[in-house]
Design a protein around this ligand. Structure first.
Ligand code: PA5
Length: 445
């Protein structure tokens, strides 16, 4: 197992008795998750997924990915929230944020339908002009407006470029097995479909076809990804005290001490999208009923030159959870220079990984001195197995942590409010009364 939660820098911030009080809740919560008896228990399908996934569909995903790799120069992945973040996070983690510039003949991968920005979509369409494309539209509900609009636009583009038969050969739909407008359309048009299981919510779905198809298209080994998740699951199942329960306990103790902002920090830009995935996972799962830790993220040392001042010296409400990578995937050395024009010969021959390591240690000491507690999550390197472990670790820790907070970690009632207002303002049939109320409200602002 490559994940280790390191709490030694928390001395002075939390006490053993505070930890003990939170640990008392854990055995019961672990049982509640195992027996599926807690709030939101209909959405625990992801817990057993590393053992129980549909092997036949898994092979079909690999086959589809191979076909996309052979017949396309670009894959457009349409989806938002849980139908977007996990796949993008995985591709950047396993390959690079520069994946599209380094594909070596494999398809470039663009994520669209994750905002209403016409500018953004127009840019992707311009990049893909003249390229052979495939499309993976992902939506569990099959009705999400951002992705539905993008798919309508892309179908229009496809219809000007390919025959109906060619389109059928290039569009892949990941959605509910029976419900939703997208499923109806897929059946009517004969698109190949993959299933988002009923009992797995969007933000917990990265190890289903939602994440697996785009991840496989980038050439990653999805068998190793599932193996990694399984290896963390075994660790979690074997001991009530494990890295996931430890993380859940510590963050809840810190919350009780007034630290209600958690900054997930990485020293690797390749983890930027992973931190975005984590923000959705924890924000949507815990932020409800007036409770929750606000999940934020930073990439160091980049953000030490923007948010570093606040973290060191601003309101003392935050704690840092540092994702610490053990080994570099690739590395670069600082060269020796005869003239030493920049005074850097004292680190000549050092790898940037070592420089990064010192930046991490120096920052951790400075921030803890400044009153920002640092919890460290060590992982070995950026590969499929480690990513699978990290995904399972964060998902299971999120469920445990949500139950510690006494919320339902698997719903998201709050995200409906903006949608209703937007539908009314756009003039969607059925929202006429609401539209009048909102326009009146706006006119009085
Ligand atoms: O976690 C969630 O449930 C949400 O973020 C959804 O993933 C997001 O709203 C997209 O929903 P859908 O997959 O139904 O299009």
């Amino acid at each position: 197992m490559s994940i280790k939660v390191v709490d030694k820098y928390l001395k002075g911030f939390i006490s053993q008795s505070e930890l003990d009080a939170e640990w008392k809740k854990i055995p019961e919560i672990v049982e509640v998750i195992k027996n599926k008896t807690g709030a939101g228990n209909d959405f625990l399908g992801w817990v057993d997924l590393p053992e129980n996934y549909d092997r036949k569909e898994f092979e079909a995903i690999k086959k589809a990915a191979e076909k996309i790799r052979k017949q396309s120069e670009a894959l457009l992945v349409i989806g938002i929230g849980g139908s977007y973040l996990g796949a993008r996070a995985a591709i950047e983690f396993l390959k690079s944020p520069y994946y599209n510039q380094m594909t070596k003949g494999a398809p470039e991968i663009y994520f669209i339908g994750n905002s209403f920005s016409g500018d953004d979509l127009a840019d992707v369409l311009a990049i893909c002009e003249g390229k052979d494309i495939s499309v993976n539209v992902i939506s569990k509900s099959g009705t999400t407006t951002e992705s539905a609009i993008a798919f309508r636009i892309i179908r229009d583009v496809l219809s000007k470029k390919y025959s109906a038969e060619e389109i059928r050969d290039r569009v892949y739909v990941t959605t509910d097995k029976a419900r939703g407008a997208l499923k109806g359309l897929a059946d009517k048009e004969g698109y190949e479909t993959f299933v988002v299981p009923d009992d797995i919510g969007g933000r917990f779905s990265v190890l289903t076809p939602v994440g697996l198809l785009p991840i496989a298209v980038c050439g990653a080994n999805i068998d190793a990804l599932m193996d990694g998740a399984l290896s963390f699951k075994k660790e979690y199942d074997a001991n009530v005290v494990n890295e996931a329960t430890k993380y859940a306990v510590i963050r809840n103790v810190l919350l009780k001490k007034g630290k209600d902002v958690e900054l997930l920090c990485s020293y690797e830009p390749a983890l930027r999208m992973f931190t975005e995935w984590w923000k959705q996972l924890y924000g949507e799962s815990e932020g409800k009923d007036g409770k929750g830790i606000f999940p934020a993220s930073v990439i160091f040392s980049t953000d030490l030159h923007s948010l570093g001042q606040y973290i060191q010296d601003g309101q003392r409400k935050l704690f840092e959870t540092v994702l610490k990578q053990g080994e570099a995937n690739l590395d670069v050395k600082v060269p020796f220079n005869e003239a030493d024009f920049d005074g850097l010969n004292y680190i000549a021959d050092e790898t940037l990984h070592n420089v990064n390591e010192k930046a991490y240690l120096g920052t951790m000491l400075a921030h803890t001195d400044g009153g920002a507690p640092n919890l460290i999550i060590e992982y070995t390197k950026r590969d499929e197995k480690t990513l699978g472990e990290l995904i399972y670790f964060f998902c299971i820790a999120c469920a445990v942590s949500g139950y510690m907070l006494e919320v339902n970690p698997f719903n998201q009632p709050g995200v409906e409010s903006y949608k209703k207002n937007m539908f009314a303002l756009l003039g969607k049939p059925g929202y006429e009364e609401m539209k009048a109320e909102l326009l009146d409200k706006l006119s009085k602002q």
